[in-house]
Design a protein around this ligand. Structure first.
Ligand code: 5GP
Length: 169
């Protein structure tokens, strides 16, 4: 498969994002909310590049399943363990495609009283957007390609690739 983003490119960009978040959240304690499973690899690398006290929590929502096209349906599979009340929440996503998943999450999590809520996504495909949502930190903007690796799967495979590749290419 064709490599779209190498391990080194990802590492350098994740470091920059971590530094930016460290500056933006200076004096505060961000609460990182990871969207499983795809966002997990990014989260563990990003969290280690943030030089602040922070906390982590995990949630899972349904995504594509076996197909490569979004159904638009979002289902909660695992909720957060901790309350968001008064916290500076940073949602950590692998990729924002149509934006439907993130739109659902933002609406849901806003009802839980966070002090602030921002989004960090490693990848964004703006040409596929169906709902306009703010993505505060974007690693890379990519074309309308189906990508795998660095946490992203096709049928649960390829999550362990250290780079990001174009599926089928
Ligand atoms: P959205 O709701 O923004 O359309 O899609 C978000 C979810 O769809 C992502 O969290 C991810 O799980 C999945 N997704 C979207 N595009 C891709 C892609 O190119 N590759 C993979 N592996 N998953 C994708």
């Amino acid at each position: 498969m064709k490599v779209l983003l190498s391990r080194d490119e990802i590492q350098a960009r994740v470091r920059e994002m971590g530094q930016q978040i460290t500056r933006d959240y200076a004096g505060r304690e961000p609460h990182l909310v990871c969207v499983l499973k795809g966002g997990c690899t990014f989260l563990t690398d990003l969290a280690r590049e943030i030089d602040l006290p922070l906390s982590l929590d995990y949630m899972a929502v349904s995504s594509y399943g076996a197909a490569t096209k979004s159904s638009g349906e979002v289902r909660m599979l695992k909720d957060l363990d901790q309350s968001l009340e008064g916290r500076d929440v940073l949602i950590v996503e692998d990729i924002v495609d149509t934006g439907l998943t993130l739109n659902y999450l933002l609406n849901l999590l806003r009802t839980r009283g966070p002090r602030s809520m921002k989004v960090a996504s490693l990848l964004s495909k703006p040409s596929r957007r169906l709902v306009e949502i703010p993505v505060d930190y974007v690693g890379f903007t990519i074309d309308d390609l189906f990508v795998v690796g660095y946490g992203l799967d096709y049928n649960e495979k390829f999550r362990n690739l250290p780079h990001i590749a174009v599926y089928g290419a």
